[in-house]
Ligand binder design. Sequence first.
Ligand code: NAP
Length: 294
Amino acid sequence: MTARIGFIGLGIMGQPMAQNLIKAGYPLAVHARRPDIMKPLVNAGASAYENAQAVAAQSDIIITMVSDTPDVEQVILGDQGVIHGAQADSGVVDRSTISPSATRRLAELLGKKCILLLDAPVSGGEQGAIDGSLSIMVGGKEETFQKVLPVFEVLGKNIVHIGEHGAGQVTKACNQLVIAQTLVAITEAFVLAKVSGVDPAKVREALLGGFASSRVLEAHGQRILDHNFEPGFKARLHQKDMRISMEAAHELGIALSGAALATQQLNALIGEGLGEEDSSALATILEKVSGVTI
Ligand code: NAP
């Protein structure tokens, strides 16, 4: 029998993911706190519900794609939250990027009601969500992973079951730490080129063929050259992800010095009032410090 899916969190990432599930033939129940963002999905065949509890009551698998740890906790544990509607043996799949330790606590609370949790954050951005080509990093029980795998296959291409609850979120923190530091490195390279009288666009072109190449250089490098900071991935969400890494460093007693530097630059970007811009707008902070426009 085709699983009934519930979807909560219909922003930049959630909206195209939900559309892809409808296209794949899954019956979809949705909820959003702003009813207007449910319209395109309802037009495509989804049923809209007034709260997360009602969505959960209609679903075998409930997907959450909201912003931060308190948002996931509110949607799952709050009044009219998923936990009050979900049946035993249903699965909650959190695709948001949140704290690994909070994820483990959620798994425990849901487990007491025999509700199964997977943390399954993603990488690949809005385009990956539209194309169904996301990289999906999963934490939770193998049996639950196998149950949800056909749904993951609609949404992503590189699907890796990493380990127990929280392991997906740890992996996502690693991902975000690499991207933030790569953004800083690319910006530094472009600033050095510009101040040396060398065209940063030519530098990008040359680097793309060698060991310094990356998806970040390809996509964000071009955004930085164009000063096109329309999101994409909002800077305030990247700041939130770096906070997760910094908290983990604190809890675990490890030095994430490079990540700390990138975090401070993101903090400054938010201080400039640019939290709703794409996170590649980070480049504008180093431009300012160096007195140069790339
Ligand atoms: P977004 O466009 O801001 O969408 C988030 C959605 O969640 C919004 O529709 C928001 O509702 C809803 N929401 C937030 N808190 C809620 C709450 N407490 N109750 C109900 N709904 C709530 O963000 P996004 O870019 O889709 O990102 C979603 C998650 O995916 C984040 O954890 C982000 O870090 C992660 N992520 C994003 C990307 C990317 O490239 N964008 C890539 C990978 C992972 P409103 O519209 O009412 O505010």
